[in-house]
Each structure stands twice: as structure tokens, then as C-alpha cells.
Ligand binder design. Structure first.
Ligand code: BGC
Length: 498
């Protein structure tokens, strides 16, 4: 072989070696990035961990706050609001009543015909309307209430003559308003603050029933608000109407909250006359609970800092439907940025706040297909990321699971605190008492893994004997139904039909 040929062979050899070195280097870099990504996920998982011992601390801290909130107005982050509902439906309620259920991006108008003792609900009809986002964060309270009342008026205008009240009567409405309100009577109350993405400053501090009534007057709608209720209270009332063992209600939807039956004598801040029933429904506003025992990661802290209500609703921000998707998005975005999880550049859609909804998290988490097709589709449709490997998709599922598990277990701790406060976390020998908790909200209804995890965790916390006495009962749309039933039990015509 001549010199030239030897030279060529030498050059090729160097070239092959160099190419191999590049491949090895790339692989090492890739595996270093993968290691980094796994470290990030592990760290997140540790920060979100909810061992039983910690959940017990969370429940005990919540009970301390419950006492403080019952002792004085503003005594705790837990508002423990007095609802002026001191007796729950009996099942004998009768007549035609309406409800307006406002608490998220959609609201509902409902008409309910109650048949009286033994007949229950004999007819119901509703419409659901979505609220234009500009009205949820605008600066005019009138604009929001005008929009709502226009739809309510349309609903009424379209109903048949059978539903028209006699000339001496007004239609009566239960107003479910699912934000923190300090009530001054069963049908009045001032808004403390907005939550769940609403922010209309003008309305804060105003009586929301007066706002609604003024809007009805502007639209010439002759209707009386006879009960103002939180969705938890509506759900509790609707649950009790159907089942006498219902003593508490929990909402796990866009936001989260709970209400339960308290002894009136255990509410030091209540200075009114003791109700005949001896009881008062308390709207806990548990979403605003905060404690050093809550497992929070840097993603949660950033989410809070950048939210419309920083520092508020911390418990809600780690367990409710509005936020679970956003937490997952933040983790994925950090993985992309710090560990090039999706390639050398960060896919732009990953940077868009709230682009990932909780329904998508639920679908990805519960994807049972062998190649995680659902995950691949969602990553493509939502984030325009089409290059995910099966290995990456498994990590994504794991992140969804971490977030949902923490949320579900923390909500179980909240339920435990109510059971303890009501003295229903133990069973006395021979006692056959059942405790039913009415549950409502899309998160609870549709996210099966979340619901199962909550129930398993509650079982773990209470032990089998007590857990067997407790039923979590889905009360679909209970909040509107309950508000209409409370409108019936607070009707100004009560007794006039007898
Ligand atoms: C509100 C509560 C409401 C809950 C569930 C929270 O953000 O503060 O009043 O009950 O969401 O809708």
C-alpha cells in the first residue's frame, strides 16, 4: 500500500473514532440530563410526601384552627362562617322554588318542584351558562350580575304558564354563592374576598344579595332571594333532604371547602339567640387553611406568589381542581428548562399558565394503554410536544400521580378533622350510628384515582371499624338543589298553604 492510501486509512480511522466519541459524548450528556431529570422528580416527590403521621398533624392543626375560627371573627385563617342555617331540610318541603348556583366559570339556573312529605323532588329543570372571562376579573360588579340575571330572566320567560305564581306571590330563589361571605342573616351577606380566578374588587365588602336584587330590578324580574348559601351548605342541605344521616358536606371541584353541623353552644362568636335545634351549620372555608405541616414544594410557592390571591387559599391550591394541572405544568416546565427533558429548547406552550387543566391530568394519570397513548396525545394537543418516548411518558404519569396523591390525602386529613371535631372518629360499643358526608365537585366525581386515594387514606386514618360507619356519598349538583330546598324552608309564605 502506498503512502497516500495509508494516509487515507489513517484519516478515516481518526474520523470514525471522532464520530464515535461524539456519539458517546452525546449519550453521556443525554444520560446526565436524564439523571438530572430524575433528581428533580425525586426531590418533588419527597417534598409532596404525606405519610400518615404528617396527615394526623395536618388534621390536628386544622382542629386548632377550627376552634380559633369559632371563637372570634377573624380569629383564624379558617373563617368558620356562621350560615344562619340552623335546621336542615326534613323532606316535607313543598312548592316551586328556584336556585342560582354561582361559584365557577359556569353558573346554573334551576327550577325545582318539591312534592312535600314522601314525594321528594317531582320535577326539576336547569340551564348552565358559562361566564365570559372578562366579567370574572373585570372591575364592574353590575356587569357580572347583569349578565347572570339576563340568563335567569330568559329562563323564566321561557317557562310555561303552569309555573307562573299567583298574582299575590313572588317567585323565591336560593342563591348559591360559593365564595367566602360573612352572613348577616339567612338572606344577606358581604363578600370577604374572591377565590378561584374571580377578582372584581368593587364587589368585595358588598352584600351579594343586594347586588343580585338590584340587577333583578334593573331587568324587571320580580323574584325574592330567600336564602343565601355557600355550595357546601347547599350540598349539605340537599344531602340531608335525601338522607337523614348526612352531617357534613365537602366540595372537591374547581375550589374546595367543607361545611358541617356544629353545636350552637360550641360557637363562642355567635351572640344571637340559641336556635331551637341547638345546631348551626358552619361553612369552614377550609380552602384558606395554612399550616407548617402542609407539604409544599417550590412549585406551589411560585404558583401562589403568581396567583390572583397570593398568601390565601393555600390548602385549596394544593388539592383542588383549579390548581392540580397548573402544578404539573410547572414541574414539566422546570424539567424542560433544567434537564432538557423535551429536547434542547423549552417548548413554548409549557410556559403558558393554566394551559394544563386537571381533566387532562386525570386522563394522563389514568391512562391504562400499554404505550400510554393518552399521555402522548395530551402532550401533543396541549403542549405541541410530539417527541415523547414511553420512558418519558411514564415519568409524566408519575408526576400526575404525585400531585393527585398529595391532594387526595390532604383532603382525607381535612375530612378526619371534621370527624374528630364532631366526635365521630370513634365508635362506642353497640352503637350503630352512620355518618354520611355529601360530596360534590367535578374533581371528586370524575377523577377516579383521586377519589379512591382519598377513601383509602381515610380508611387508613380512621381504622376499619370507624371507616365502616362512614359513607362518602356523591351528591351530584347538590349545591343548587339544596339552595332551592333551603329557599323552601325559608319561604315567606311558609305555613300559608296549610
Ligand atoms: C370558596 C368556597 C367554596 C369552594 C368550593 C372556595 O374557593 O372560597 O366558598 O365553597 O371554593 O366551591
Amino acid at each position: 500500500m502506498g503512502k497516500v492510501a495509508v494516509g487515507i486509512v489513517m484519516v478515516c480511522g481518526v474520523a470514525v473514532a471522532a464520530a464515535a466519541a461524539v456519539v458517546v459524548h452525546r449519550r453521556m450528556k443525554k444520560s446526565a440530563k436524564w439523571v438530572k431529570a430524575m433528581e428533580i422528580v425525586k426531590d418533588f416527590e419527597i417534598k409532596c410526601s404525606t405519610p400518615i403521621s404528617r396527615l394526623r398533624q395536618v388534621a390536628d392543626a386544622m382542629i386548632v384552627e377550627m376552634h380559633a375560627g369559632l371563637a372570634s371573627e377573624g380569629g383564624s385563617k379558617l373563617k368558620m362562617l356562621v350560615t344562619y342555617v340552623d335546621s336542615l331540610p326534613t323532606g316535607k318541603e313543598k312548592g316551586l322554588f328556584y336556585a342560582l348556583d354561582l361559584g365557577g366559570t359556569n353558573f346554573r339556573v334551576l327550577r325545582l318542584q318539591l312534592g312535600g312529605k314522601g314525594h321528594g323532588i317531582i320535577n326539576q329543570q336547569f340551564v348552565e351558562v358559562s361566564i365570559p372571562p372578562s366579567l370574572m376579573t373585570g372591575d364592574s360588579s353590575d356587569a357580572l350580575f347583569d349578565f347572570i340575571v339576563a340568563k335567569l330572566a330568559k329562563f323564566i320567560a321561557q317557562e310555561g304558564s303552569d309555573f307562573r305564581p299567583t298574582p299575590d306571590r313572588q317567585r323565591e330563589l336560593g342563591f348559591t354563592f360559593s365564595f367566602p361571605v360573612v352572613q348577616t342573616s339567612i338572606a344577606s351577606g358581604t363578600l370577604l374576598k374572591w377565590t378561584k380566578g374571580f377578582s372584581i374588587n368593587e364587589a368585595v365588602g358588598r352584600d351579594v344579595v343586594a347586588e343580585l336584587t338590584k340587577a333583578m330590578e334593573r331587568h324587571g324580574l320580580d323574584m325574592r332571594v330567600s336564602a343565601l348559601v355557600n355550595d357546601t351548605v347547599g350540598t349539605l342541605a340537599g344531602g340531608r333532604f335525601a338522607n337523614n344521616d348526612v352531617v357534613a358536606a365537602v366540595i372537591l371541584g374547581t375550589g374546595s371547602n367543607a361545611a358541617y353541623v356544629e353545636r350552637a353552644s360550641a360557637i363562642p362568636k355567635w351572640h344571637g339567640p340559641l336556635p331551637k335545634s341547638g345546631e348551626m351549620i358552619i361553612n369552614m372555608e377550609w380552602g384558606n387553611f395554612k399550616s407548617a405541616h402542609l407539604p409544599l414544594s417550590e412549585y406551589d410557592l411560585e404558583l401562589d406568589a403568581e396567583s390572583l390571591n397570593p398568601g390565601d387559599q393555600i390548602y385549596e391550591k394544593v388539592m383542588s381542581g383549579m390548581y392540580l394541572g397548573e402544578i404539573v405544568r410547572r414541574v414539566l416546565s422546570w424539567l424542560a428548562q433544567e434537564a432538557a427533558f423535551f429536547g434542547d429548547t423549552v417548548p413554548p406552550k409549557l410556559k403558558v399558565p393554566f394551559i394544563l387543566g386537571t381533566p387532562a391530568v386525570s386522563a394522563m394519570h389514568q391512562d391504562t394503554s400499554p404505550d400510554l397513548k393518552m399521555v402522548a396525545n395530551h402532550m401533543k394537543d396541549i403542549f405541541e410536544i410530539s417527541n415523547t418516548s414511553l420512558k418519558m411518558r411514564k415519568v409524566i404519569v408519575h408526576i400526575c400521580s404525585i400531585v393527585a396523591t398529595r391532594g387526595a390525602r390532604l383532603s382525607a386529613a381535612g375530612v378526619l378533622s371534621i370527624m374528630k371535631k364532631m366526635g365521630r372518629d370513634t365508635v362506642k360499643e353497640g352503637e350503630k350510628r352512620r355518618t354520611v358526608i355529601a360530596m360534590d365537585g367535578g374533581l371528586y366525581e370524575h377523577y377516579t384515582e383521586y377519589r379512591k386515594c382519598l377513601e383509602n387514606c381515610l380508611h387508613e386514618l380512621l381504622g376499619t371499624e370507624v371507616f365502616k360507619t362512614i359513607v362518602l356519598e356523591l351528591s351530584r349538583d347538590g349545591s343548587g338543589i339544596g339552595a332551592a330546598i333551603l329557599a323552601a324552608s325559608h319561604s315567606k309564605y311558609l305555613g300559608s298553604d296549610d
